[in-house]
Design a binder for this molecule. Structure first.
Ligand code: G4P
Length: 531
């Protein structure tokens, strides 16, 4: 028993579960690929992109992704590095899928933020950072594309501190940029890492320089040696030193510089990442907080994804293990529906492959085949009735009414909508006053994907009309009498969502606020916990 506990503690401590956040085009895919390369999960660069391209060709809705050059889907990749087991959760960069990204970020313990050194902090990075801040997720920063002429490193740090309101602690420092980019100086270890463009560098050219006055520095860097000396002297006076506790609280970000495409600076990032990023963290449930070292298994579903294997039209629910040890074939309780189920064929995802999971530990992500019973936010555990919190639905701001061209397809439409809602791809509202079906989305591309998938996968031929709503709020009221008065009075604006929750739909904020003032004892919320 004692050894088993010891093993589990070791298993927990060696796990790192994280996501990469960035504005589209900053280099997230490229960095992912290089990380996998170091982890031995892929053998050559280009594999992740190739895999994406392969998936694109498989169905119509993926074509949207391809046409627009954006990543719609997110996936999970597992790889080993040194003695660590790393779970990398991919997040869609496009803002129209921010709901999905948010939910993926509820399942990570830390994040790596990629900044394009030419562009500095961009809008989507800002939004994703806000998401990380909600949970105080620790963030490491990778400033990418140093092989191009960009902003000065000092300006980039200033930009991050200003726009993202997070303290920066540079752990490496670039020597030149663009054509004059010579490498980075590791401030922590006093080591010079030299850059050779275009190399698939798995082992680096490093020169250890304990003292910056060493003439070796001039030999290696030529005229740029003095610039480095000046920069480091400036940093010693001005830059904030790295503070592990503050980083773990989400207040400070260690910063690395490099060039993902040249595989430069990636190993430095990864080496530090595994050492300082937190392992699996405790999770809040309705009744209590669950710690990863508890012996009983528990986990929650943060994502459902369809068509991962186009040959099988499967739908996979991604579950993050929060405590205990999961073993294949385990019987667990699915709390929302109050049933015990056996997880017979759980899947684990590697870069290019999937395999059956024999066992999993806190921090790991396992894929469970979903036959229509699992929803985002669902908790699974061994015995104790638990419901993890913090996986939200956001109030949509865009609405369309579905009008079927052929009434014979009503069943297919129903099935398609049910499944897409369950995946969190779209939301649906049914007005109390009529039989309309209203779809709600946070981003317009969600409609495009929904329409394309309803047609391609369910054979639905429909028109999607704009409707005059832009605000949705979930309604709460414990006073049944008052609620029924409200329902009667405001029936024309009320609808039920897919789970039957009462929702108020308004044309605009002004109209909503005017109504809400008249009903001060009714509660309205912009987000709703998935459960
Ligand atoms: P994303 O996932 O964040 O959207 O970015 P992605 O990795 O796809 O990179 C966006 C573009 O930036 C790609 O160029 C990629 O090659 C380039 N890139 C990534 N890292 C670096 C770097 O360190 N230096 C330079 N100079 N470029 C970099 P593309 O032309 O859009 O695509 P591709 O044809 O190269 O695939």
């Amino acid at each position: 028993m004692k050894t088993e506990n010891k093993i589990s503690q070791r298993q927990i401590n060696r796990r790192r579960t994280f996501g990469i956040i960035s504005h589209p085009d900053a280099g997230k895919t490229t960095l992912t690929e290089k990380l996998l390369l170091f982890g031995g999960a892929i053998q050559m660069a280009g594999a992740v992109k190739a895999r994406k391209a392969g998936r694109h060709a498989t169905s119509d809705w993926m074509a949207i992704e391809q046409e627009r050059g954006i990543s719609v889907t997110s996936s999970v990749m597992k790889f080993d590095y040194r003695d660590y087991e790393i779970n990398l959760l991919d997040t869609p960069g496009h803002q129209d899928f921010s709901e999905d990204t948010y939910r993926v970020l509820t399942a990570v313990d830390s994040a790596v933020m990629v900044i394009d050194s030419v562009k500095g902090v961009e809008t989507q990075t800002r939004k994703l950072m806000e998401v990380c801040r909600m949970r105080n997720t620790p963030i490491l920063t990778f400033v990418n594309k140093l092989d191009r002429e960009g902003l000065s490193p000092i300006d980039i740090l200033g930009d991050i501190e200003d726009k993202l309101q997070i303290e920066c602690a540079p752990l490496s420092w670039p020597i030149g940029m663009g054509k004059r980019f010579k490498g980075t100086y590791n401030l922590h270890r006093g080591e010079l890492v030299l850059f050779t463009p275009g190399q698939e560098r798995l082992t680096g050219d490093t020169v250890t320089i304990q003292n910056l006055d060493d003439p070796l520095l001039d030999q290696v860097l030529g005229s740029q040696a003095d610039q480095l000396r000046e920069d480091v002297a400036l940093l010693e006076g001005a830059a904030t030193p790295f503070d592990l506790d503050y980083f773990l609280k989400g207040g400070q970000t260690p910063v690395f510089f490099g060039s993902a495409i040249n595989n430069f600076g990636v190993r430095e990032l990864l080496d530090t990442f595994v050492e300082i990023a937190p392992g699996p963290q405790p999770r809040a449930a309705v009744t209590r907080t669950v710690t990863p070292d508890e012996p009983a298994f528990s986990g929650f579903v943060f994502k459902i994804q369809a068509n991962m294997d186009p040959a099988h039209r499967d739908r996979i629910a991604f579950l993050r293990v929060c405590s205990g040890r999961f073993v294949r074939g385990m019987r667990v309780r699915h709390h929302r529906i109050g049933k015990e189920i056996q997880i017979a064929n759980p899947i684990i995802f590697m870069a290019q492959d999937r395999a059956f999971v024999e066992e999993a530990w806190p921090g790991d992500i396992i894929g469970i085949h979903n036959h229509g019973t699992i929803r985002i936010g669902d908790t699974f555990s061994e015995k104790e009735p638990l419901a993890f919190t913090g996986v939200p639905n956001f109030a949509p701001e865009l609405f369309r009414r579905v009008i079927l061209r052929s009434p014979l397809k009503a069943k297919q439409l129903q099935k398609g909508i049910d499944q897409l809602v369950e995946e969190g791809a779209i939301q649906v509202f049914r007005p109390l006053a009529n039989n309309a079906i209203i779809l709600g989305a946070v981003g317009v591309l969600q409609f495009e994907v929904t329409m394309a998938r309803l047609k391609a996968e369910y054979g639905v031929d429909a028109v999607y009309e704009p409707v005059d709503y832009s605000v949705a709020r979930w309604v709460h009221c414990d006073d049944r009498k008052l609620l029924s008065l409200f329902e009667k009075d405001r029936q024309a604006n009320l609808a039920r969502d897919a789970e039957g929750n009462l929702t108020y739909l308004a044309q605009n904020e002004w109209q909503f606020n005017y109504m809400a003032e008249k009903w001060p004892d009714i509660g309205f919320s912009k987000t709703r916990e998935c459960q």
